[in-house]
Design a protein around this ligand. Structure first.
Ligand code: GDP
Ligand code: IMO
Ligand code: MG
Length: 429
């Protein structure tokens, strides 16, 4: 049996897409199990760059089965656009893609609600969502009454159900929006069109994956977002609306934890965050700008400049433990190459107390002052390095220190966006 999970351990964009692509060849099935089109996963293969959002990054390998489970929220227009874009570039998207009939569907009111609700966050600071309707769709799923799953689009009562929901949405959020109310007739027609096009892909992914694990298929789980954005264990309320840490794999996919054989925690060699919320190691200065420039740190989905800062070992040790991580992949190491000195946050000081436990309340995190350890940089181009031995000694020491602080071995190091720009450490027995 083999279920490997790729989990981001920071606030997303850790280069999970690149790692999933690299590991795809060793697997038969690649699965997206939470999140939605808030995700933007980049794969660079020679001259081609692909930005995947709802479709697993494994789609670039035609022999791999890609699965989007019931834990994902699907905007039909977005996924169809993504499918069309891939097909136009010669990528096979047919029976190698399966979408769960249990996945919840995003409607125009979810996107509208995302805009309205993000502005009324109680602390006064916006969550800064991706405005894709993710949170409102998950909210309707949990509340149940106004929820529609992909499989519902094919049922005889769909039109009636949608009219009822559209009327309810017009009554509740209608007064808050200036344009016309939602026109249920138009939305029904639009979604019936989507349903027809999506029909060949829709099926029971839970049954499929349970059969797959029981018949020893090699499965790769592609996490979206990062563990610090986990709805239950992240920096609430500045989080996404799903379990984006390792704990979400089972609930999102239906595969019990007993089948999971390996969890790879993906980190950047520094930290970034898009959107609001505390970020103790943030560098709102020339160092942050240098990282943003070298790392091209602008959102894949929204193109917003990402907030940048030093590596936070307190946060990552927490999320590595939470996610059951066995090994680390340290990405974008090359971005730090020009800096003469690097800093690693090894503890926080909160109200004069030194702590190494990640605070559960966002207000405590807001008051946390990072305790930094300064280490020398390597100031050499490493983008052509392909073995651990060929990395400058300072870079190896930096990786060793991260590994020591997090308590997990580093198995993969990435020194550039391309597939080729990767170092696989020799696995320790
Ligand atoms: P994901 O959401 O975790 O898949 O990450 P994103 O794709 O949103 O962001 C990662 C960005 O870093 C993408 O633009 C990648 O092409 C790029 N990238 C990945 N690995 C490396 C690396 O080792 N070095 C550099 N410089 N860029 C990288
Ligand atoms: P990938 O999979 C980085 C952030 C948003 C916002 C918060 C809530 O590419 O790593 P949402 O739209 O989910 O309600 O927004 O979460 N966010 C991400 N940040 N990478 C992502 O995905 C993200 N998906 C959501 O910026 O702060
Ligand atoms: Mg991303």
């Amino acid at each position: 049996m083999s279920v490997t999970c790729v989990i981001g351990l920071q606030w997303g964009d850790e280069a999970k897409g690149k790692l999933v692509d690299l590991l795809t060849d060793d697997h038969e099935i690649v699965v997206r199990y939470q999140g939605g089109s808030n995700a933007g996963h980049t794969v660079v293969t020679g001259s081609q760059t692909y930005k995947l959002s709802l479709i697993p990054s494994g789609i670039l390998s035609p022999r791999v089965q890609c699965v989007v489970t019931g834990g994902v929220v699907i905007n039909p227009a977005s996924i169809l656009q993504e499918i069309d874009g891939l097909v136009a570039r010669g990528i096979k998207v047919s029976d190698n893609l399966m979408l769960s009939d249990r996945a919840h569907v995003i409607f125009p009111w979810h996107v509208t609600e995302d805009g309205i609700l993000d502005k009324s966050c109680s602390s006064g600071e916006n969550i800064g969502t991706t405005m894709r309707g993710i949170g409102p769709c998950y909210r309707d799923k949990v509340a149940r009454s106004f929820a529609v799953r992909l499989g519902d689009l094919y049922r005889s009562d769909f039109k009636e159900k949608l009219r009822y929901i559209a009327e309810a949405k017009n009554a509740t959020i209608g007064p808050l929006i200036t344009p016309q109310p939602f026109n249920s007739t138009e939305i029904v027609a639009e979604y019936i069109g989507y349903a027809q096009r999506l029909k060949p892909y829709v099926g029971d992914t839970t049954a499929y994956l349970l059969d797959a694990v029981e018949s020893d298929k090699r499965i790769l789980m592609e996490g979206a977002q990062g563990a610090l954005l986990d709805i239950d264990h992240g920096t609430f309320p500045f989080v996404t609306s799903s379990n984006s840490s390792g704990v979400g794999v089972s609930s999102g996919s239906g595969i019990p934890g007993q089948w999971i054989t390996k969890v790879i925690g993906v980190v950047k060699a520094y930290s970034t965050r898009v959107g609001g919320g505390p970020f103790p190691t943030e560098q709102e200065n020339e160092v942050g700008q240098h990282i943003r420039d070298r790392g091209n740190e602008y959102g894949t989905v929204t193109r917003r400049p990402r907030r940048c800062g030093w590596f936070d070992a307190v946060a990552v040790r927490y999320t590595a433990r939470l996610s059951g991580v066995n090994a680390l992949a340290v990405m974008l190491l090359d971005v730090l190459s020009e800096l003469p000195e690097l800093q690693i946050c090894t503890a926080y000081e909160i109200d004069g107390q030194r702590v190494t436990q990640f605070p559960s309340h966002v207000d405590d995190l807001r008051r946390a002052k990072p305790v930094f350890e300064t280490v020398p940089g390597w100031q050499r181009d490493i983008t052509k390095v392909r073995t651990m031995q060929d990395l400058p000694a300072e870079a190896r020491k930096y990786l060793d220190r991260l590994s020591e602080l997090i308590g997990r071995p580093v198995e993969v190091v990435s020194v550039g966006p391309d597939r080729e720009q990767t170092i696989f450490a020799e696995r320790k027995a």
